[in-house]
Write a new protein. Sequence first.
Length: 101
Amino acid sequence: MVKWAERLVHMANQQNLRGQSLLFKCMETGFVTTAPALARYQTGRGIDPSRRVLVGPKPANWTKARPYLVCDRCGAKIHGGPWDMAQHKKSKRCLRYGLDS
Ligand SMILES: [Zn+2]
């Protein structure tokens, strides 16, 4: 493995130590994700954030397994659903924002 790739892996491992290395499941819907993401998920749906159970350690390939949509205008990967995609297209984070007449 080349040096810069080793650095990336090292940085990723350090980020995992900051509380995102465990997966939790929402007891209401069965949705599984990391603690910070599940807090946002449950808050957004009016679910009590305490209604979660620990699933276990996050697999190394978890970020790759996360579902995402690809913006048909700029090619960006948008994590979430159609609502998140619509928000992306309306925002300046979309690289083609403002280019369409
Ligand atoms: Zn876009």
